[in-house]
Ligand binder design. Structure first.
Ligand SMILES: Nc1ncnc2c1ncn2[C@@H]1O[C@H](COP(=O)(O)OP(=O)(O)OP(=O)(O)O)[C@@H](O)[C@H]1O
Ligand SMILES: [Mg+2]
Length: 585
C-alpha cells in the first residue's frame, strides 16, 4: 500500500462534492458570502436554472487582489478572527466554498475596495487562467459558468433547468427571509423574478410566502429558557401536499434540520393528515453557546445542546397558538370555514358551470366544488324537522336534519351549518380519549369473552411491546402464543368496535412510528387510530337528539373545528350568502 498526499485540485473536487451539490447550493454559498461581506444589496442573475450561469453581485466590502487570490485557496477565510468556532455569527467559516466551486466550473471573480480600482481573476477548474484590472462598482461580482461541465458524475444527477431554477429560487427566498434588512433581486433568463426592498422580517416573509397566509396564518411569538421563537404558521386546514413551504431559521441561518422539521410536524399531529404539510416560516433564536453550526459541510443542519428544550419550545409554542385559534373559531366563526364555503363556486357547481373568476382562492374553490357536487349528486336521504321552535343561540345551531346520511344540517342564529358527522365525531372521540388520558383515568370496557386475534408474528411483537401504553388508553392486550393477541378490554369511548381491524391498524401504526418519536407523540397517533374506529361512520342515520348532542359536544371540545386529518368538520353558510344565492342581494 502506498499512501500519498492528494493534490489540492483533487481535495477541492472532493470538498465540492459535499458543498456544491447543484447550482442552488453554489448560489447559496455565493449569496452568503455577499451577506457576510456586509452587502446591503445583492443581485442574482441565472441562466438555464444556474446550469449555464450563476452571477452574484454585491455592494459589500470587496477585496484587494491579494485577498482575492487567497479567497480562492482552500481553508482561507476572513471570518474566524479569534478561531472561536463555537461563536460564529457569519454564514461562512470553513473557507472552502469558493475553491470548491472554482474546482468544478469556470469562475470569474471581480472585486473592488471602496478606495481602489477593481481586479479580476478567472479560474477554470481550479487553474488560474487570467488576471487583470476590471471595471465595477465597489463590491464583488462572481460569475460561475458551466457548473459540472467537466464532472460527468455530477452532471448525471442534475435535473432539468426548470427544477434547478426552482431550487435556486428557494435558496434565494430562504436567505432573503433570513436577512430582511437586505435588498435582493433575482433575474432568470433575462426576466426579473424578484425585487425585494429592505424591510422588517414579517413583511419580508409575507412577500415571499403563500399570500393566503394573510387569512390562514397564525403569528407566533414565544419564549422559554432563554430561547425565542417567532414567525408564522398556517392553520391546519390550509396545508400542502409537499413540505416545500417550510422555512426554518436558527439565529438567522436558514436550516433544514430534522429536529426542527420533526417538531413542526409534532405540533400539528392529529390536526393534519400524515401526507399533508403545514406552511411555516419560523425563526428560532438561541444563545450562541447552545448551538453548534459546524456539523454539516453545507451548514444546513445544526446541533443543539439541549434538543429536548428546543423541541419543547416549538411543539409547545405552536400547539398553544393552534389551540387558541381553534377555541376562538368554534366559539365565533371558524376562521377557515367561511372561505371553504364560497357562494359563487357552490352556485356554479350546482348548475354545473365553470366557476366565475370571482374572488375565491383556488384552494377554497376546489374544496367547495367537490363537497357541493357531492351534496347534489347523492340520492337525497334527507329527513326534515319542522322549524317551529325558536332557534336558541348555539354557535352551531339546532339540528334540522341529515343529508345523504353523512351531513348534519343545522340552523344557527346567523345561518345554516353543515357538519360532516364522521369527521366531527372522530375528533370528539380523540379529544375525549386525550382528556381522559390526561386525567390518567381512561374508562375501559371489559369484554365478556376475551377476544383472540390472529396476527403475524412481527405485528404481535409490536403490540406486545406497546401493551402497557395501550393499557393506559384502555386497550388491554396480552400475547397469546407466537401469532395471536388476546384482547381483554377496549376503551369505553369506542363502544362496539371491530377489534381485529383496530389491532391491525395499530400494529401498522406502531411499525410506522417506530422511529424517534416521543412516547407522547406515539400515544397521540395511536389514540387517533383508535378514535377513527370508534366514530360514527358516514352513512349512518342519526336521530335528531343524537345530532344535537354531537353539535353541543363540538361546541365545548377544543380543536373540534378540524377532523384528525386537518379538514374542516363543519362549514357555515351565512344568511347574507344564502340571500346572494337566490339573487336577493
Ligand atoms: N462577496 C464577497 N465579498 C467580500 N469577500 C468575499 C466575498 N466572497 C468571499 N469573500 C472572501 O473570501 C473568503 C473565502 O470565501 P469562502 O466562501 O470560500 O469561505 P468562507 O465564507 O470563509 O467559509 P465557507 O466555506 O464556510 O463559506 C471569505 O472568508 C471572504 O473573506
Ligand atoms: Mg462562504
Amino acid at each position: 500500500m502506498s499512501i500519498r498526499r492528494l493534490p489540492p485540485e483533487l481535495i477541492n473536487r472532493i470538498a465540492a462534492g459535499e458543498v456544491v451539490e447543484r447550482p442552488a447550493s453554489a448560489l447559496k454559498e455565493l449569496v452568503e458570502n455577499s451577506l457576510d461581506a456586509g452587502a446591503s444589496e445583492v443581485a442574482v442573475r441565472l441562466h438555464a436554472g444556474g446550469l449555464e450561469l450563476i452571477e452574484v453581485s454585491d455592494d459589500g466590502s470587496g477585496m484587494d487582489p491579494d485577498e482575492m487570490r487567497l479567497a480562492l485557496e482552500r481553508h482561507a477565510t476572513s471570518k474566524l478572527p479569534s478561531d472561536a468556532i463555537d461563536r460564529v455569527t457569519s454564514f461562512g467559516f470553513r473557507g472552502e466554498a469558493l475553491p470548491s466551486i472554482a474546482s468544478v466550473s469556470h469562475l470569474t471573480l471581480e472585486s473592488r475596495l471602496r478606495s481602489a480600482d477593481g481586479w479580476r481573476i478567472e479560474v477554470d477548474h481550479s487553474a488560474t487562467i487570467g488576471e487583470g484590472p476590471a471595471a465595477l462598482p465597489p463590491g464583488t461580482r462572481i460569475k460561475v459558468e458551466r457548473l459540472f461541465d467537466k464532472v460527468p458524475a455530477r452532471r448525471k444527477f442534475l435535473r432539468s433547468p426548470r427544477a434547478e431554477y426552482a431550487a435556486c429560487l428557494d435558496a434565494v427566498k430562504r436567505l432573503a427571509m433570513a436577512r430582511s434588512d437586505i435588498g435582493f433581486s433575482l433575474d432568470h433568463d433575462g426576466r426579473r423574478i424578484l425585487t425585494l426592498r429592505p424591510t422588517e422580517a414579517p413583511a419580508r416573509v409575507a412577500e415571499l410566502l403563500a399570500h393566503e397566509l394573510d387569512r390562514h396564518g397564525i403569528g407566533i411569538d414565544c419564549e422559554r429558557d432563554g430561547m425565542r421563537l417567532t414567525g408564522v404558521i398556517s392553520l391546519p386546514t390550509f396545508n400542502r401536499g409537499v413540505a416545500d413551504q417550510q422555512y426554518l431559521f436558527v439565529n438567522s441561518r436558514p436550516v433544514k434540520d430534522r429536529l426542527l422539521v420533526g417538531a413542526l410536524r409534532g405540533a400539528y399531529r392529529d390536526l393534519i393528515a400524515r401526507d399533508r404539510h403545514p406552511i411555516a416560516a419560523l425563526f428560532l433564536d438561541v444563545p450562541l453557546e447552545d448551538v453548534d453550526v459546524n456539523v454539516h459541510p453545507a451548514k444546513t443542519e445544526v446541533r443543539f445542546r439541549d434538543p429536548t428544550a428546543v423541541r419543547g419550545l416549538i411543539v409547545g409554542g405552536l400547539r398553544h397558538a393552534l389551540d387558541e385559534e381553534s377555541q376562538r373559531s368554534v366559539a365565533h366563526e371558524q376562521a377557515a370555514a367561511p372561505v371553504m364555503w364560497t357562494t359563487s363556486a357552490m352556485y356554479d357547481a350546482a348548475l354545473n358551470r365553470q366557476p366565475s373568476p370571482s374572488p375565491a382562492p383556488a384552494f377554497a374553490q376546489m374544496a367547495t366544488v367537490a363537497e357541493a357536487q357531492r351534496l347534489f349528486d347523492e340520492a337525497p336521504a334527507a329527513r326534515a324537522e319542522p322549524a317551529v321552535e325558536p332557534v336558541p343561540t348555539f354557535p352551531l345551531g339546532v339540528a334540522r336534519g341529515q343529508v345523504a346520511a353523512t351531513y348534519i344540517v343545522a340552523e344557527a342564529e346567523d345561518g345554516l351549518v353543515i357538519v360532516d358527522q364522521h369527521a366531527a365525531h372522530e375528533r370528539l372521540v380523540l379529544e375525549r380519549m386525550r382528556a381522559m388520558r390526561e386525567g390518567e383515568n381512561v374508562a375501559r370496557q371489559a369484554l365478556l369473552m376475551p377476544e383472540v386475534v390472529e396476527m403475524d408474528e412481527p405485528d404481535c411483537d409490536r403490540l406486545e411491546g406497546a401493551a402497557s401504553e395501550l393499557g393506559g388508553m384502555g386497550l388491554e392486550v396480552e400475547r397469546f402464543g407466537p401469532t395471536a393477541i388476546l384482547v381483554r378490554a377496549v376503551p369505553a369511548a369506542l363502544g362496539k368496535t371491530d377489534v381485529p381491524g383496530l389491532l391491525s391498524d395499530l400494529a401498522a401504526e406502531i411499525a410506522e412510528l417506530g422511529g424517534p418519536l416521543s412516547l407522547r407523540d406515539k400515544l397521540d397517533h395511536v389514540a387517533a387510530t383508535i378514535a377513527c374506529h370508534g366514530s360514527v361512520r358516514a352513512g349512518r342515520t342519526l336521530s335528531v337528539a343524537e345530532m344535537n348532542a354531537l353539535l353541543r359536544e363540538m361546541e365545548v371540545t377544543p380543536r373540534s373545528g378540524q377532523c384528525n386529518h386537518g379538514r374542516p368538520t363543519w362549514v357555515k353558510l351565512g344568511h347574507a350568502e344564502i340571500e346572494k344565492l337566490f339573487g336577493r342581494k
